[in-house]
Write a protein that binds this ligand. Sequence first.
Ligand code: ZN
Length: 138
Amino acid sequence: MKDHLYSIFNFKCPRCHQGEFFEDRNPYHLKHAGDIKEKCSHCDLKYSPELGFYYGGMFVSYGLGVALFIAITVALYIFYPEFHPILLISLLFASLIVLGPYIYALSKIIWANIFFSYDEDYAQLEKKSKNDTKQTKG
Ligand SMILES: [Zn+2]
């Protein structure tokens, strides 16, 4: 579990925790929001094993949205019990707009972490130098 959390919150490769997962680490750079690298630069894990692999991330995104809804509702009941429903709706709407890109990125890397697990052997791989890859290719 700890391994998955490291990968998820640092946006790192789920298998080696060394390579970057997204083209752009900042989910608020909307031009590349959610763009996943083809494979890990460190361990060569192919991030998209099949076409449409990340459609399943929709379910994760839905779950995160529901968790956000519950958290905001509970917080309102605790800190401001006499709230008007319009306030709740406004807060939910605003938080979904503000956190949307982050939730989108989280949903993809959480989905990847469901299928890929941390492997210490890959983490300790020496980063391939360009000379090594040339030699193996011949
Ligand atoms: Zn990797």
